[in-house]
Design a protein. Structure first.
Lengths: 481, 99
Protein backbone atom coordinates (compact mmCIF):
# COMPACT_ATOMS: atom_id res chain seq x y z
CA UNK A 1 0.00 0.00 0.00
CA UNK A 2 1.44 3.36 -0.96
CA UNK A 3 0.83 6.20 1.49
CA UNK A 4 -2.37 8.07 0.69
CA UNK A 5 -2.52 11.83 0.23
CA UNK A 6 -5.96 12.17 1.78
CA UNK A 7 -5.47 10.02 4.87
CA UNK A 8 -8.62 8.82 6.63
CA UNK A 9 -8.75 7.74 10.27
CA UNK A 10 -8.93 3.98 9.45
CA UNK A 11 -5.95 4.38 7.09
CA UNK A 12 -3.90 6.10 9.80
CA UNK A 13 -4.87 3.37 12.25
CA UNK A 14 -3.89 0.57 9.87
CA UNK A 15 -0.60 2.19 8.78
CA UNK A 16 0.49 2.81 12.37
CA UNK A 17 -0.45 -0.64 13.63
CA UNK A 18 1.27 -2.38 10.71
CA UNK A 19 4.31 -0.13 11.32
CA UNK A 20 4.26 1.18 7.74
CA UNK A 21 4.71 4.63 9.20
CA UNK A 22 5.30 6.03 12.68
CA UNK A 23 3.24 8.78 14.22
CA UNK A 24 6.34 10.97 14.22
CA UNK A 25 6.84 10.41 10.48
CA UNK A 26 3.19 11.22 9.88
CA UNK A 27 3.53 14.49 11.79
CA UNK A 28 6.69 15.27 9.78
CA UNK A 29 4.74 14.66 6.58
CA UNK A 30 1.90 17.01 7.57
CA UNK A 31 4.23 19.77 8.76
CA UNK A 32 6.15 19.49 5.48
CA UNK A 33 2.91 19.89 3.54
CA UNK A 34 1.92 22.86 5.69
CA UNK A 35 5.27 24.48 5.06
CA UNK A 36 4.75 24.06 1.31
CA UNK A 37 1.12 25.12 1.05
CA UNK A 38 0.39 27.48 3.93
CA UNK A 39 2.09 30.56 2.42
CA UNK A 40 -0.47 30.47 -0.38
CA UNK A 41 -3.57 29.17 1.45
CA UNK A 42 -3.12 30.92 4.83
CA UNK A 43 -4.90 28.07 6.60
CA UNK A 44 -2.86 27.92 9.81
CA UNK A 45 -2.28 30.88 12.14
CA UNK A 46 -0.11 28.94 14.62
CA UNK A 47 1.50 25.52 14.83
CA UNK A 48 2.08 23.46 17.97
CA UNK A 49 5.01 21.18 17.05
CA UNK A 50 6.19 20.63 20.64
CA UNK A 51 2.83 19.32 21.64
CA UNK A 52 2.36 17.36 18.41
CA UNK A 53 5.68 15.53 18.55
CA UNK A 54 5.32 14.73 22.27
CA UNK A 55 1.95 13.13 21.54
CA UNK A 56 3.35 11.31 18.47
CA UNK A 57 6.17 9.86 20.56
CA UNK A 58 3.69 8.60 23.17
CA UNK A 59 1.73 6.85 20.41
CA UNK A 60 4.88 5.39 18.85
CA UNK A 61 6.08 4.11 22.23
CA UNK A 62 2.72 2.45 22.88
CA UNK A 63 2.76 0.76 19.48
CA UNK A 64 6.39 -0.37 19.94
CA UNK A 65 5.42 -1.86 23.31
CA UNK A 66 2.63 -3.80 21.63
CA UNK A 67 -0.11 -1.89 23.46
CA UNK A 68 -3.43 -1.29 21.77
CA UNK A 69 -3.87 2.38 20.87
CA UNK A 70 -7.07 4.45 21.15
CA UNK A 71 -9.50 5.34 18.37
CA UNK A 72 -7.82 8.48 17.05
CA UNK A 73 -4.21 7.46 17.75
CA UNK A 74 -1.83 9.41 15.55
CA UNK A 75 -4.56 11.30 13.71
CA UNK A 76 -3.35 14.83 12.82
CA UNK A 77 -6.00 17.42 13.73
CA UNK A 78 -6.38 21.12 12.96
CA UNK A 79 -8.30 23.30 15.41
CA UNK A 80 -10.13 26.57 14.77
CA UNK A 81 -8.45 29.47 16.50
CA UNK A 82 -11.45 30.20 18.73
CA UNK A 83 -10.88 26.99 20.73
CA UNK A 84 -8.43 27.24 23.63
CA UNK A 85 -5.16 25.32 23.43
CA UNK A 86 -2.91 25.50 26.48
CA UNK A 87 0.29 27.36 25.61
CA UNK A 88 -0.49 27.76 21.88
CA UNK A 89 -1.63 31.18 20.71
CA UNK A 90 -5.42 31.44 20.45
CA UNK A 91 -6.35 34.72 18.83
CA UNK A 92 -9.85 34.31 17.35
CA UNK A 93 -8.12 35.78 14.26
CA UNK A 94 -8.30 39.14 16.06
CA UNK A 95 -5.63 41.70 16.85
CA UNK A 96 -7.24 42.17 20.25
CA UNK A 97 -5.99 38.71 21.26
CA UNK A 98 -2.68 38.82 19.44
CA UNK A 99 -0.21 36.56 21.24
CA UNK A 100 -2.74 35.32 23.83
CA UNK A 101 -1.79 31.85 25.10
CA UNK A 102 -4.60 30.21 27.10
CA UNK A 103 -3.59 28.73 30.47
CA UNK A 104 -5.85 25.71 29.86
CA UNK A 105 -7.26 23.42 27.17
CA UNK A 106 -10.83 23.31 25.91
CA UNK A 107 -12.58 20.08 26.87
CA UNK A 108 -12.82 19.04 23.21
CA UNK A 109 -9.02 19.30 22.94
CA UNK A 110 -8.49 17.25 26.12
CA UNK A 111 -10.84 14.56 24.82
CA UNK A 112 -9.16 14.45 21.40
CA UNK A 113 -5.72 14.02 22.94
CA UNK A 114 -6.95 11.37 25.36
CA UNK A 115 -8.14 9.49 22.26
CA UNK A 116 -4.64 9.74 20.77
CA UNK A 117 -5.20 12.59 18.31
CA UNK A 118 -2.33 14.94 17.45
CA UNK A 119 -3.03 18.69 17.52
CA UNK A 120 -1.03 20.20 14.65
CA UNK A 121 -2.05 23.83 15.12
CA UNK A 122 -4.68 26.52 14.93
CA UNK A 123 -6.68 27.52 11.89
CA UNK A 124 -7.60 30.89 10.48
CA UNK A 125 -11.22 32.07 10.54
CA UNK A 126 -13.36 35.18 10.47
CA UNK A 127 -12.56 37.35 13.49
CA UNK A 128 -14.42 35.97 16.53
CA UNK A 129 -16.22 33.60 14.12
CA UNK A 130 -18.18 36.50 12.64
CA UNK A 131 -18.41 36.11 8.89
CA UNK A 132 -19.05 33.79 5.99
CA UNK A 133 -15.83 34.01 3.95
CA UNK A 134 -12.78 34.38 6.31
CA UNK A 135 -12.31 37.83 4.77
CA UNK A 136 -12.87 39.23 8.28
CA UNK A 137 -9.69 37.64 9.67
CA UNK A 138 -7.20 40.20 10.98
CA UNK A 139 -4.47 37.96 9.52
CA UNK A 140 -5.65 37.83 5.91
CA UNK A 141 -8.21 35.54 4.28
CA UNK A 142 -7.90 31.80 3.68
CA UNK A 143 -7.85 30.67 0.05
CA UNK A 144 -10.18 27.91 -1.06
CA UNK A 145 -8.02 24.87 -1.95
CA UNK A 146 -10.53 23.87 -4.65
CA UNK A 147 -9.85 27.14 -6.49
CA UNK A 148 -7.65 29.74 -4.85
CA UNK A 149 -9.47 32.64 -6.54
CA UNK A 150 -12.46 31.86 -4.29
CA UNK A 151 -13.26 32.21 -0.61
CA UNK A 152 -13.37 28.98 1.44
CA UNK A 153 -16.54 30.08 3.24
CA UNK A 154 -16.62 30.93 6.89
CA UNK A 155 -16.30 31.47 9.57
CA UNK A 156 -14.44 28.14 10.00
CA UNK A 157 -12.82 28.52 6.56
CA UNK A 158 -9.36 27.51 7.78
CA UNK A 159 -10.61 24.27 9.33
CA UNK A 160 -12.54 23.36 6.16
CA UNK A 161 -9.56 24.21 3.95
CA UNK A 162 -7.13 22.29 6.21
CA UNK A 163 -8.99 19.07 5.46
CA UNK A 164 -9.71 19.89 1.81
CA UNK A 165 -6.00 20.68 1.18
CA UNK A 166 -4.80 17.56 3.07
CA UNK A 167 -3.12 19.69 5.74
CA UNK A 168 -4.96 17.71 8.45
CA UNK A 169 -6.90 14.45 8.52
CA UNK A 170 -9.80 15.97 10.46
CA UNK A 171 -10.41 19.36 12.04
CA UNK A 172 -12.62 21.14 14.53
CA UNK A 173 -14.68 24.18 13.66
CA UNK A 174 -17.41 26.10 15.40
CA UNK A 175 -20.87 26.95 14.15
CA UNK A 176 -23.14 29.73 15.41
CA UNK A 177 -25.21 30.46 12.29
CA UNK A 178 -23.63 28.14 9.71
CA UNK A 179 -19.90 28.53 10.31
CA UNK A 180 -19.14 24.80 10.06
CA UNK A 181 -21.65 23.77 7.42
CA UNK A 182 -21.17 26.60 4.89
CA UNK A 183 -17.33 26.33 4.63
CA UNK A 184 -17.76 22.54 4.45
CA UNK A 185 -20.00 23.16 1.45
CA UNK A 186 -17.63 25.69 -0.16
CA UNK A 187 -14.55 23.45 0.26
CA UNK A 188 -16.29 20.19 -0.66
CA UNK A 189 -15.88 18.26 2.62
CA UNK A 190 -18.40 16.76 5.07
CA UNK A 191 -18.98 19.10 8.02
CA UNK A 192 -21.22 18.44 11.02
CA UNK A 193 -22.85 20.94 13.34
CA UNK A 194 -23.98 18.77 16.28
CA UNK A 195 -27.01 19.41 18.48
CA UNK A 196 -26.65 22.33 20.86
CA UNK A 197 -25.28 20.85 24.09
CA UNK A 198 -23.81 17.71 22.48
CA UNK A 199 -20.18 18.91 22.66
CA UNK A 200 -18.87 20.86 25.65
CA UNK A 201 -18.21 24.54 24.97
CA UNK A 202 -15.70 24.79 27.82
CA UNK A 203 -12.67 26.59 26.39
CA UNK A 204 -14.53 27.86 23.33
CA UNK A 205 -14.15 31.64 23.24
CA UNK A 206 -17.80 32.64 23.17
CA UNK A 207 -19.47 34.50 20.33
CA UNK A 208 -23.19 33.79 21.00
CA UNK A 209 -23.48 31.38 23.90
CA UNK A 210 -27.00 30.09 23.21
CA UNK A 211 -26.00 29.19 19.63
CA UNK A 212 -22.28 28.29 19.62
CA UNK A 213 -21.30 24.68 18.93
CA UNK A 214 -18.12 22.75 18.17
CA UNK A 215 -18.08 20.12 15.42
CA UNK A 216 -15.86 18.24 12.96
CA UNK A 217 -14.72 18.49 9.33
CA UNK A 218 -13.42 15.29 7.71
CA UNK A 219 -12.73 13.64 4.36
CA UNK A 220 -15.47 11.10 5.04
CA UNK A 221 -18.70 11.05 7.01
CA UNK A 222 -17.37 8.02 8.85
CA UNK A 223 -14.37 10.02 10.09
CA UNK A 224 -16.67 12.83 11.24
CA UNK A 225 -18.67 10.20 13.15
CA UNK A 226 -15.50 8.88 14.80
CA UNK A 227 -14.56 12.36 16.00
CA UNK A 228 -18.08 12.93 17.34
CA UNK A 229 -17.87 9.75 19.44
CA UNK A 230 -14.80 11.21 21.13
CA UNK A 231 -15.73 14.87 21.68
CA UNK A 232 -19.41 14.47 22.70
CA UNK A 233 -20.82 14.18 26.20
CA UNK A 234 -21.61 15.80 29.49
CA UNK A 235 -18.96 18.11 30.94
CA UNK A 236 -19.31 19.47 34.47
CA UNK A 237 -17.57 22.62 33.20
CA UNK A 238 -20.38 23.43 30.74
CA UNK A 239 -23.78 23.45 32.40
CA UNK A 240 -25.49 23.40 28.98
CA UNK A 241 -23.74 20.17 27.93
CA UNK A 242 -26.20 17.29 27.72
CA UNK A 243 -26.13 14.14 29.86
CA UNK A 244 -27.68 12.20 26.96
CA UNK A 245 -25.81 8.96 26.19
CA UNK A 246 -23.08 9.17 23.57
CA UNK A 247 -23.38 6.27 21.13
CA UNK A 248 -20.55 5.04 18.92
CA UNK A 249 -21.60 7.15 15.96
CA UNK A 250 -19.54 5.11 13.51
CA UNK A 251 -21.52 1.91 14.16
CA UNK A 252 -24.38 0.96 11.85
CA UNK A 253 -23.60 3.52 9.17
CA UNK A 254 -23.84 0.86 6.44
CA UNK A 255 -27.32 -0.35 7.34
CA UNK A 256 -29.94 0.09 4.58
CA UNK A 257 -32.08 3.22 4.75
CA UNK A 258 -35.50 1.47 4.85
CA UNK A 259 -37.93 4.08 3.55
CA UNK A 260 -36.53 7.02 5.51
CA UNK A 261 -38.82 10.03 4.99
CA UNK A 262 -36.87 13.03 3.72
CA UNK A 263 -38.70 16.30 4.25
CA UNK A 264 -38.20 18.91 1.54
CA UNK A 265 -39.33 22.47 2.31
CA UNK A 266 -40.59 23.27 -1.18
CA UNK A 267 -40.37 27.03 -0.77
CA UNK A 268 -36.61 26.72 -0.08
CA UNK A 269 -36.07 26.29 -3.80
CA UNK A 270 -37.67 29.52 -4.97
CA UNK A 271 -36.20 32.99 -5.24
CA UNK A 272 -32.62 33.79 -4.32
CA UNK A 273 -31.07 30.38 -4.90
CA UNK A 274 -28.32 29.96 -7.49
CA UNK A 275 -29.69 27.81 -10.35
CA UNK A 276 -26.67 25.50 -10.25
CA UNK A 277 -27.10 24.97 -6.52
CA UNK A 278 -30.78 24.12 -7.05
CA UNK A 279 -29.94 21.67 -9.82
CA UNK A 280 -27.29 19.84 -7.78
CA UNK A 281 -29.52 19.59 -4.70
CA UNK A 282 -32.42 18.31 -6.79
CA UNK A 283 -30.06 15.70 -8.24
CA UNK A 284 -29.00 14.88 -4.67
CA UNK A 285 -32.59 14.41 -3.55
CA UNK A 286 -33.16 12.14 -6.56
CA UNK A 287 -30.15 10.05 -5.50
CA UNK A 288 -31.59 9.75 -1.98
CA UNK A 289 -34.85 8.48 -3.48
CA UNK A 290 -32.92 5.88 -5.46
CA UNK A 291 -31.37 4.78 -2.15
CA UNK A 292 -34.84 4.00 -0.82
CA UNK A 293 -35.78 7.27 0.86
CA UNK A 294 -39.27 8.67 0.46
CA UNK A 295 -39.67 12.36 -0.38
CA UNK A 296 -42.32 14.29 1.56
CA UNK A 297 -43.20 17.96 1.27
CA UNK A 298 -42.98 19.96 4.46
CA UNK A 299 -43.55 23.59 5.41
CA UNK A 300 -41.20 25.77 7.45
CA UNK A 301 -43.44 28.85 7.52
CA UNK A 302 -41.25 31.07 9.70
CA UNK A 303 -38.03 30.65 7.73
CA UNK A 304 -38.43 34.09 6.20
CA UNK A 305 -37.91 35.61 9.66
CA UNK A 306 -34.91 33.51 10.68
CA UNK A 307 -32.16 35.88 9.53
CA UNK A 308 -33.67 38.84 11.36
CA UNK A 309 -34.16 36.84 14.58
CA UNK A 310 -30.69 35.35 14.32
CA UNK A 311 -28.89 38.67 13.86
CA UNK A 312 -30.72 40.16 16.84
CA UNK A 313 -29.98 37.27 19.19
CA UNK A 314 -26.43 36.54 18.01
CA UNK A 315 -25.30 40.17 18.12
CA UNK A 316 -26.96 40.78 21.49
CA UNK A 317 -25.10 37.84 23.00
CA UNK A 318 -21.89 38.89 21.25
CA UNK A 319 -22.06 42.42 22.63
CA UNK A 320 -22.13 40.93 26.10
CA UNK A 321 -19.55 38.18 25.52
CA UNK A 322 -17.03 40.49 23.88
CA UNK A 323 -17.20 43.05 26.69
CA UNK A 324 -14.33 41.16 28.36
CA UNK A 325 -11.81 42.23 25.70
CA UNK A 326 -10.76 45.52 27.21
CA UNK A 327 -6.96 45.58 27.32
CA UNK A 328 -6.72 44.56 30.98
CA UNK A 329 -6.28 40.80 31.26
CA UNK A 330 -5.09 39.54 27.88
CA UNK A 331 -3.92 40.74 24.51
CA UNK A 332 -2.37 44.11 23.72
CA UNK A 333 -3.47 47.47 25.14
CA UNK A 334 -3.76 50.83 23.44
CA UNK A 335 -2.85 53.37 26.14
CA UNK A 336 -5.32 56.03 27.25
CA UNK A 337 -5.29 58.82 29.84
CA UNK A 338 -8.19 57.30 31.76
CA UNK A 339 -9.47 53.76 32.23
CA UNK A 340 -12.48 54.40 29.96
CA UNK A 341 -10.34 55.99 27.29
CA UNK A 342 -8.00 52.99 27.41
CA UNK A 343 -10.99 50.63 26.98
CA UNK A 344 -12.36 52.68 24.09
CA UNK A 345 -9.07 52.96 22.22
CA UNK A 346 -8.13 49.31 22.75
CA UNK A 347 -11.52 48.04 21.58
CA UNK A 348 -11.99 50.64 18.87
CA UNK A 349 -8.61 50.06 17.27
CA UNK A 350 -8.04 46.33 17.81
CA UNK A 351 -11.47 44.93 16.91
CA UNK A 352 -12.10 44.64 13.18
CA UNK A 353 -14.89 46.23 11.25
CA UNK A 354 -17.42 43.36 11.31
CA UNK A 355 -16.91 42.71 15.02
CA UNK A 356 -17.57 46.37 15.82
CA UNK A 357 -20.64 46.34 13.58
CA UNK A 358 -22.08 43.40 15.50
CA UNK A 359 -21.20 44.82 18.91
CA UNK A 360 -22.95 48.08 18.00
CA UNK A 361 -26.02 46.30 16.65
CA UNK A 362 -26.14 43.99 19.68
CA UNK A 363 -25.76 46.85 22.12
CA UNK A 364 -28.48 48.76 20.28
CA UNK A 365 -31.05 45.94 20.38
CA UNK A 366 -30.43 45.44 24.10
CA UNK A 367 -30.50 49.12 25.00
CA UNK A 368 -33.26 50.84 26.96
CA UNK A 369 -36.40 51.30 24.89
CA UNK A 370 -35.47 48.74 22.25
CA UNK A 371 -35.20 45.53 24.28
CA UNK A 372 -38.84 44.46 23.80
CA UNK A 373 -39.07 45.51 20.18
CA UNK A 374 -35.94 43.68 19.13
CA UNK A 375 -34.42 41.24 21.60
CA UNK A 376 -37.65 39.87 23.09
CA UNK A 377 -39.31 39.79 19.68
CA UNK A 378 -36.32 37.90 18.28
CA UNK A 379 -36.57 35.28 21.02
CA UNK A 380 -40.29 34.80 20.37
CA UNK A 381 -39.64 34.30 16.69
CA UNK A 382 -36.90 31.86 17.67
CA UNK A 383 -39.57 29.84 19.49
CA UNK A 384 -41.67 29.77 16.30
CA UNK A 385 -38.72 28.53 14.25
CA UNK A 386 -38.07 25.76 16.79
CA UNK A 387 -41.77 24.86 16.45
CA UNK A 388 -41.41 24.69 12.65
CA UNK A 389 -38.75 22.00 13.13
CA UNK A 390 -40.80 20.05 15.69
CA UNK A 391 -43.78 19.98 13.37
CA UNK A 392 -41.65 19.08 10.35
CA UNK A 393 -40.14 16.13 12.23
CA UNK A 394 -43.66 14.76 12.78
CA UNK A 395 -43.95 14.28 9.02
CA UNK A 396 -40.34 13.59 8.10
CA UNK A 397 -37.36 11.76 9.62
CA UNK A 398 -34.84 14.26 8.26
CA UNK A 399 -34.99 17.61 6.46
CA UNK A 400 -32.91 18.16 3.33
CA UNK A 401 -31.97 21.64 2.04
CA UNK A 402 -29.09 23.28 0.22
CA UNK A 403 -26.38 24.28 2.71
CA UNK A 404 -26.01 27.70 1.08
CA UNK A 405 -28.10 29.39 -1.63
CA UNK A 406 -24.90 30.69 -3.24
CA UNK A 407 -21.75 29.14 -4.70
CA UNK A 408 -18.27 29.97 -3.42
CA UNK A 409 -17.58 33.56 -4.48
CA UNK A 410 -14.50 35.54 -5.35
CA UNK A 411 -12.60 37.66 -2.80
CA UNK A 412 -14.14 41.08 -2.31
CA UNK A 413 -17.25 40.22 -4.28
CA UNK A 414 -19.66 40.47 -1.35
CA UNK A 415 -17.85 42.56 1.26
CA UNK A 416 -19.40 45.94 0.50
CA UNK A 417 -22.90 45.04 1.70
CA UNK A 418 -23.03 43.27 5.08
CA UNK A 419 -26.78 42.64 4.90
CA UNK A 420 -26.41 40.76 1.59
CA UNK A 421 -23.73 38.59 3.21
CA UNK A 422 -26.05 37.86 6.17
CA UNK A 423 -28.96 36.87 3.91
CA UNK A 424 -26.96 33.97 2.44
CA UNK A 425 -27.07 32.25 5.87
CA UNK A 426 -30.77 31.47 5.40
CA UNK A 427 -30.65 27.65 5.35
CA UNK A 428 -28.22 27.32 8.24
CA UNK A 429 -29.46 29.87 10.81
CA UNK A 430 -32.83 28.11 11.14
CA UNK A 431 -31.17 24.99 12.54
CA UNK A 432 -28.89 27.12 14.70
CA UNK A 433 -31.89 28.81 16.32
CA UNK A 434 -33.69 25.47 16.81
CA UNK A 435 -30.63 23.69 18.26
CA UNK A 436 -30.87 20.68 15.93
CA UNK A 437 -27.94 18.85 14.30
CA UNK A 438 -27.14 19.46 10.64
CA UNK A 439 -24.47 18.15 8.31
CA UNK A 440 -23.26 19.53 5.00
CA UNK A 441 -22.22 16.77 2.63
CA UNK A 442 -20.78 17.31 -0.88
CA UNK A 443 -23.50 17.12 -3.53
CA UNK A 444 -21.77 17.47 -6.87
CA UNK A 445 -19.73 20.22 -8.47
CA UNK A 446 -20.72 22.94 -10.90
CA UNK A 447 -19.50 23.08 -14.49
CA UNK A 448 -16.73 25.39 -13.22
CA UNK A 449 -15.70 22.78 -10.64
CA UNK A 450 -17.07 24.56 -7.56
CA UNK A 451 -18.48 22.28 -4.84
CA UNK A 452 -22.14 22.30 -3.75
CA UNK A 453 -23.19 21.11 -0.30
CA UNK A 454 -26.41 19.41 0.70
CA UNK A 455 -27.59 19.94 4.26
CA UNK A 456 -29.32 17.20 6.25
CA UNK A 457 -31.07 18.16 9.49
CA UNK A 458 -32.20 15.65 12.10
CA UNK A 459 -34.06 15.92 15.41
CA UNK A 460 -32.05 17.12 18.42
CA UNK A 461 -29.53 14.52 19.64
CA UNK A 462 -30.09 12.26 16.66
CA UNK A 463 -26.71 12.92 15.08
CA UNK A 464 -26.59 9.26 14.17
CA UNK A 465 -29.55 9.52 11.80
CA UNK A 466 -27.96 12.52 10.07
CA UNK A 467 -24.59 10.77 9.76
CA UNK A 468 -26.23 7.56 8.55
CA UNK A 469 -28.00 9.28 5.66
CA UNK A 470 -24.97 11.43 4.82
CA UNK A 471 -22.76 8.33 4.76
CA UNK A 472 -25.14 6.49 2.42
CA UNK A 473 -25.27 9.53 0.14
CA UNK A 474 -21.48 9.81 0.11
CA UNK A 475 -21.02 6.09 -0.61
CA UNK A 476 -23.51 6.33 -3.48
CA UNK A 477 -21.37 8.98 -5.16
CA UNK A 478 -23.14 12.15 -3.99
CA UNK A 479 -19.94 14.18 -4.40
CA UNK A 480 -19.80 13.41 -8.12
CA UNK A 481 -23.34 14.35 -9.14
CA UNK B 1 -34.13 56.79 8.83
CA UNK B 2 -34.10 54.37 11.77
CA UNK B 3 -30.83 55.34 13.35
CA UNK B 4 -29.03 58.65 13.59
CA UNK B 5 -25.38 59.57 13.88
CA UNK B 6 -26.03 60.43 17.54
CA UNK B 7 -27.57 56.98 18.13
CA UNK B 8 -24.42 55.33 16.78
CA UNK B 9 -22.20 57.47 18.99
CA UNK B 10 -24.36 56.76 22.05
CA UNK B 11 -24.31 53.01 21.49
CA UNK B 12 -20.57 53.05 20.75
CA UNK B 13 -20.03 54.81 24.08
CA UNK B 14 -22.14 52.19 25.88
CA UNK B 15 -19.99 49.49 24.27
CA UNK B 16 -16.71 51.33 25.02
CA UNK B 17 -15.78 51.59 21.35
CA UNK B 18 -13.86 54.51 19.94
CA UNK B 19 -14.99 55.07 16.34
CA UNK B 20 -13.25 57.11 13.68
CA UNK B 21 -15.40 59.74 11.91
CA UNK B 22 -15.67 57.66 8.75
CA UNK B 23 -16.75 54.63 10.74
CA UNK B 24 -19.66 56.49 12.38
CA UNK B 25 -21.24 57.31 9.04
CA UNK B 26 -20.52 53.86 7.58
CA UNK B 27 -22.08 52.04 10.52
CA UNK B 28 -25.03 54.43 10.57
CA UNK B 29 -25.93 53.57 6.98
CA UNK B 30 -25.34 49.83 7.38
CA UNK B 31 -27.26 49.59 10.66
CA UNK B 32 -30.09 51.53 9.09
CA UNK B 33 -30.32 48.88 6.35
CA UNK B 34 -30.13 46.04 8.85
CA UNK B 35 -32.72 47.51 11.24
CA UNK B 36 -35.06 48.23 8.34
CA UNK B 37 -34.71 44.62 7.29
CA UNK B 38 -35.32 43.43 10.87
CA UNK B 39 -38.63 45.34 10.87
CA UNK B 40 -40.12 42.41 8.98
CA UNK B 41 -40.48 40.70 12.35
CA UNK B 42 -43.39 43.05 13.04
CA UNK B 43 -45.40 41.01 10.55
CA UNK B 44 -45.22 37.94 12.82
CA UNK B 45 -47.95 37.51 15.43
CA UNK B 46 -46.14 36.48 18.62
CA UNK B 47 -48.85 37.52 21.08
CA UNK B 48 -49.19 34.01 22.56
CA UNK B 49 -45.57 32.91 22.19
CA UNK B 50 -43.12 32.46 25.05
CA UNK B 51 -39.61 33.69 24.21
CA UNK B 52 -37.04 30.94 23.64
CA UNK B 53 -33.82 31.98 25.36
CA UNK B 54 -32.12 28.62 25.35
CA UNK B 55 -32.90 25.36 23.53
CA UNK B 56 -31.63 23.14 26.33
CA UNK B 57 -34.58 22.54 28.66
CA UNK B 58 -33.68 23.56 32.20
CA UNK B 59 -33.29 20.43 34.30
CA UNK B 60 -36.18 20.36 36.78
CA UNK B 61 -34.07 18.60 39.40
CA UNK B 62 -31.10 20.97 39.24
CA UNK B 63 -28.99 18.12 37.84
CA UNK B 64 -27.15 20.64 35.69
CA UNK B 65 -25.78 22.23 38.83
CA UNK B 66 -22.74 20.94 40.65
CA UNK B 67 -21.46 21.51 44.13
CA UNK B 68 -19.73 24.84 44.53
CA UNK B 69 -16.31 23.62 45.61
CA UNK B 70 -13.18 25.76 45.68
CA UNK B 71 -10.41 24.23 43.58
CA UNK B 72 -6.91 25.68 43.46
CA UNK B 73 -5.92 26.42 39.87
CA UNK B 74 -2.44 27.82 40.61
CA UNK B 75 -2.21 29.58 37.28
CA UNK B 76 -1.76 33.17 38.44
CA UNK B 77 1.76 33.41 37.02
CA UNK B 78 0.68 32.02 33.67
CA UNK B 79 -2.38 34.27 33.52
CA UNK B 80 -0.34 37.38 34.32
CA UNK B 81 2.20 36.52 31.62
CA UNK B 82 -0.54 37.12 29.07
CA UNK B 83 -1.61 40.49 30.49
CA UNK B 84 -0.49 43.77 28.89
CA UNK B 85 0.49 45.46 32.19
CA UNK B 86 0.81 42.96 35.04
CA UNK B 87 1.95 43.81 38.53
CA UNK B 88 1.85 40.48 40.36
CA UNK B 89 -0.57 39.42 41.64
CA UNK B 90 -2.61 42.19 39.97
CA UNK B 91 -3.55 43.63 36.60
CA UNK B 92 -2.53 47.29 36.48
CA UNK B 93 -4.86 49.84 34.83
CA UNK B 94 -4.81 53.64 34.40
CA UNK B 95 -5.62 55.51 37.63
CA UNK B 96 -9.37 55.48 38.42
CA UNK B 97 -9.32 57.12 41.87
CA UNK B 98 -8.04 60.66 42.19
CA UNK B 99 -5.45 61.31 44.88
Amino acid sequence: MSAPTSWTIPQVHAALNSKQISARELVNEFYARIERKNPELNVYLALSPGRAYAQADRIDAAIAAGDSVPALAGVPVAVKDVISTHGTATTCASRILEGYKPPYDATAITLLEQAGAIILGKTNCDEFAMGSSTENSAYGPVRNPVNTDYVPGGSSGGSAAAVAADLAVVSLGTDTGGSIRQPGSFCGVPALNPSYGRVSRYGLLAYASSLDRIGPFAHTVRDAASVMSVISGRDPRDSTSSPADVPDYSLGLDKPLHGLRIGIPDDYFGEGIDPEVRQKIEAGIHLLEKLGCRRVSIRMPNTDYAIAAYYIIATAEASSNLARYDGVRYGPRVPGATLIEMYQKTRGRLFGSEVKRRIILGTYVLSAGYYDAYYLKGQKVRALIARDFREAFEKADVIVTPTSPVLPFRFGERTSNPLQMYLADIYTVTGSLAGVPGISVPSGKTSAGLPVGMQIYGPAFDEHRVLHLAHAFEQAGGANL
Amino acid sequence: MKISREDVLKVAALANLELADGEVEMYRGQLDDILTYIDKLNKVDTSNVEPLTQVVAAASDDSALREDVVVRADIITEVLEGAPDPSAPYFRVPRVIEK
